[in-house]
Design a binder for this molecule. Structure first.
Ligand code: DAH
Length: 358
């Protein structure tokens, strides 16, 4: 075997044996680097006779290019192996369940509020909000409660200590003051719903000192009772997810609406369960009416130009009815077991297209 063949075999064996990029680089430098064995051999060509060079030239060039190819091939092989090893070690199995399981549930009040917002948003309503701590003007006076009117007493108001001028701030007893704030700051047409916390000094199975309402207000130039009925009937059908449910409007009194009504929904009790859309019983679910001309005037609107309708409903009560929750006080007892049972998955976002409740 010739000297060159020996050298080639030796170098190829070293290339094959190289296990890392660095080891391979050492082999390359030792063979093809400036002072490498192959390079040193190439230098000898200049001193050879033409005949010798004719034979050794192609032999050495062939050696050089085969060694260079072999190094290149080995380099690619090592890089691929390194990449595969890295991919294998960094692999994430996305089908594995999350540990620990996500904890926490959405409270029924939040869920039902979102359901109500989804329904009225689709009808073109905006969401408005106002402060929990109110003054007498927004909570009562502007809403046409006359001074010393018994309706003020009916609200079992929580008052703060009197200020120096004798006036007292209060915890709003309903979301209606946000009607006033909106009408005083915004030009009609107005189409809003007002979700929020409300407060009354009351506590039993269906009353808690803090509860939730959603108020609605529509003000425009040609608004009438038919719009009120149509809006609220559409709401009830969508909310209870029954297309065929009877509703009834009973005359009532609220200082801020004229005429005023309470809306009842047809239901039947089967065992412990309340079923809407069947039977011959009526359940009151909200108060409503045409906005009183005095209220419009109090907000700087001309009742001969604008009319409107409004309603107010208890979110907690609607949640109890829809999801069969027996005692309102448990809503605010902060019992994790209760929330685990009655709460909703964070992923269950209510929407009209995906279904309100799953
Ligand atoms: N504010 C009333 C309450 O808390 C509910 C209500 C009734 C609101 C009729 C309205 C309405 O806007 O028109 O008892």
């Amino acid at each position: 075997m010739s000297d060159i063949e020996n050298l080639e075999r030796d170098l190829l064996a070293k290339i094959t044996a190289a296990e890392t990029g660095a080891a391979l680089e050492d082999v390359r430098v030792a063979a093809l680097g400036k002072k490498g064995v192959v390079s040193e051999r190439m230098k000898t060509l200049g001193k050879m006779s033409p005949e010798e060079r004719k034979e050794m030239g192609p032999a050495l060039n062939g050696l050089k290019s085969r060694i260079a190819d072999a190094i290149e091939a080995k380099k690619t092989e090592l890089e691929e192996a390194a990449l595969n090893a890295r991919l294998a070690s960094e692999k994430i199995d996305v089908t594995l369940p999350i540990r620990p399981e996500p904890k926490g549930k959405i409270h029924p009040v939040s869920q039902v509020t979102e359901e109500i917002i989804a329904i009225f948003s689709a009808m073109g309503f905006d969401v408005a909000e106002g402060p929990d701590i109110e003054d007498d003007f927004h909570n009562f006076t502007a809403l046409n409660f006359p001074p010393d009117h018994p309706a003020r007493e009916m609200h079992d108001t929580f008052f703060f200590e009197p200020k120096e001028d004798g006036s007292r701030m209060l915890l709003r007893t309903h979301t209606s003051p946000v009607q006033i704030r909106t009408m005083m700051s915004q030009k009609p047409p107005i189409r809003i719903i007002i979700p929020g916390r409300t407060f009354r000094c009351d506590s039993d199975q269906t009353h808690t000192p803090m509860f939730h309402q959603v108020e609605g207000l529509v003000i425009d130039k040609e608004t009438h009772m038919g719009h009120l009925k149509g809006t609220l009937e559409a709401f009830v059908k969508t909310f209870f997810e029954i297309s065929d449910v009877k509703t009834r409007f009973r005359p009532h009194f609220f200082p801020f609406t004229e005429p005023s009504a309470e809306m009842d929904v047809q239901y039947e009790r089967v065992g412990n369960e309340v079923r809407f859309g069947q039977g011959d019983k009526w359940m009151e679910i909200l108060g409503c009416g045409m906005v009183h001309p005095n209220v419009l005037r109090n907000c700087g609107l001309d009742p001969d130009e604008y009319q409107g309708f409004a309603w107010g409903m208890g979110v907690d009560r609607l949640a109890m009815l829809k999801y069969g929750i027996p005692d309102l006080r448990d809503f605010f007892a902060a019992d994790a077991r209760w929330l685990e049972h009655y709460g909703f998955d964070a992923a269950d976002q209510p929407s009209l297209w995906a279904g309100l409740s799953k």
